[in-house]
Design a protein around this ligand. Sequence first.
Ligand code: ATP
Ligand code: MG
Length: 575
Amino acid sequence: MSTSHSPLSETVAEATRSRRAPDFITQAIQEDLASGRFDHVATRFPPEPNGYLHIGHAKAMCIDFGMAEKFGGRCNLRFDDTNPAKEEQEYVDAIIEDVRWMGFDFGERVYFASDYFEQMYEWAEDLIKKGRAYVCDLSPEEVSATRGTLTQPGTESPYRNRCVEENLDLFRRMRAGEFPEGSRTLRAKIDMAHPNLNMRDPVMYRILHREHHRTGKKWCIYPMYDWAHGLEDSIEGITHSLCSLEYENHRPLYDWFLDQLGIYHPRQIEFARLNMTYTVLSKRLLLQLVEEGYVSGWDDPRMPTLRGLRRRGYTPQAIRTFCELIGIAKTDSVVDVALLEHCVREDLNKSAPRVMAVLRPLRLVIDNYPEGKVEELEAINNPEDPGAGTRRVPFSKVLYIEQDDFRESPPAKYYRLYPGNEVRLRYAYYVRCTHCVKDAQGNVVEVHCTYDPATRGGQSADGRRVQATLHWVSAAHAVEGEVRLYDRLFKCADPLEVAPGHSFIENLNPHSLEVLRGCKLEPSLAKAAAGARYQFERLGYFCVDSADSRPGALVFNRTVALKDTWAKIARKGME
Ligand code: ATP
Ligand code: MG
C-alpha cells in the first residue's frame, strides 16, 4: 500500500480546504442527479460479520449514511455474510448495536447477502447457460498457480471448455452436496490473459460443507465476495455503491457480471481507507490481539473498535466530527491519532461536568483549621455551560492532594506546594505549606499547611496572588475508586512496519495500561452511573467503566488527558 504520512498541519489545511469545496463523491452524485442518470440516492453500508466495527468503519458509515442523508435518500445496513467459516451471529448483533450507537438511521432496512443466495444461484445458472461460467476441477492451489502474474498471462483451465449441459449437471450436483470441499469451483469464463488479474476466470462459488449462521445447512456452496457484492447492490437498487479503494480494480468484474446478466447497475465510487498512527485497523489483526490475550476483548478501551472507544468514553459525536475533519480523499494517507483525541477532548469540554479526583493521594493537613469542622463549598459544574449549575463539595481539616503537587525541594519554575509557598485550593482557600512528615524510608507521607480564612472561595481580599491552583478531596468524605490510565496500544506510529520474520505484536506498548487503586474521588461521584463522563480537574476526561464498575467499587477509564498537542500544532498549521 502506498501511503504518505501527513503531518498534522497538512491534515488541518486539507480539512480547511475540504470545508470549502464539496468532496468528489458529493460532486459525482450531484452530477448524476443533474444529468438524470439517477433520480434519487440509495447507498448501503456492507460490513462482513466477521469481527467488530472499528473507527475505519465509522468513516465508511459517515460517508454511506452521510451521502444518503445529504441527498434525502436512504442507506441500507447490509451484512455481507457469504463466508460461513468466519462469520457469527454475535458479530451481526454487535454491528447493529454499534451502528445504532453511532446514531445512523437504517430504519427497518437490515439486509443479508444470505437472503439472496437463491437468486444468486439462479443467476449463476444463467451464466452457465450463456456459456459464461464453467465448473473447474482444479484445486484452490492449482487455480492460483495458473492465474499468472502482472507481467505474465495465466493458463487456461483444462476444464474451461466443458459443455453447458455438463456444467449445469456438475453445478447442480455441487449444490446437492455430492462433492468434497475444495474439489470443484464454479468460475466465470472471461479472459486468462486479461491485464486485470481479477478478470482471469475468477471463482464464483466454492464448496464449503459448513453451517451458516443464518441459512443453517441449506447450502454447501457459497458465493465468493466478488460474485456476490455487485449482485447485492443490484438487488437492493443501490444507486451509489461507495467503497474503499481496494475495490477499484474489482469494479470491472462487478460490471462484467451485471452486464452479462443484463441487470440493474449501480455506480461504484471508491474512497481512501482510514489509516491512523499507533493503530491497526484490520479485523484480522484485531482478532489476533483478542484471541492471543494482548487485550481484554474487542471492547478493551485501548482497541480502535467502536466498542473499545465507547467503553473508553468516546462520544459518537466526537467520532463523527473526526470523520468530517479528515474528509474524503482518493489517495491513502495516515491520519494522526492525535486528531481523534483532539475531537473527543473538544466534545467533552462542552459536555462533561468537572469534578475533583486525586489519583495518587498525599495527605494534606491544615493545622489551623478547626478539628471536626466541615464546610460545603460551591463548585462550578462546567464553566463552558452555565446551565450546568453548581454543586457543593465538602472541605475539612484533612484533605488529599496529588503526590505530584508537593515537592520538598522544588525544581525551577515549580509553583505548586513546597515549604514556605502559598497556593490556592480550588473553590476553597489559600494555603501555605509549613513542613512535611516522612516515613522511615524518607518518603513524604503527609504535608502540613496553614490556611487563610480571608480567602474563602479562592480569592484574597488584599490582592495577594498565587501561581498554582490545586485540586483536592476531603479525606473523611472521599469515595475510593480504581482508575485506569491508557496510553497508545502500540509504541510506534506504524505498528505494521516490522523486519521480515517479525510480528506487529512486538510493537505493542508494554505501558499502555496503568491501573491505579485507592484513588480518592469527591463524594458526588458515589452515584456515578456506568458510562457517565467527567472531567477530573487538571487530569483529563474520564468515564465510568461499563463492564467492571460497581456501586461501591467504582472504576474509571481515562478517555484522554487534558493536554492538547493537536490544538497547538493545528494553530501553527493555520498561521
Ligand atoms: P477489515 O480489513 O478491517 O476486515 P473490511 O474492509 O474487510 O475491513 P468490511 O466489513 O468488509 O471490512 O467493511 C465494510 C465496509 O467498511 C466496506 O465498505 C469497507 O470498505 C469499509 N471499511 C473497512 N475498513 C475501512 C477503513 N479503514 N476505512 C474506511 N472504510 C473502511
Ligand atoms: Mg472484508
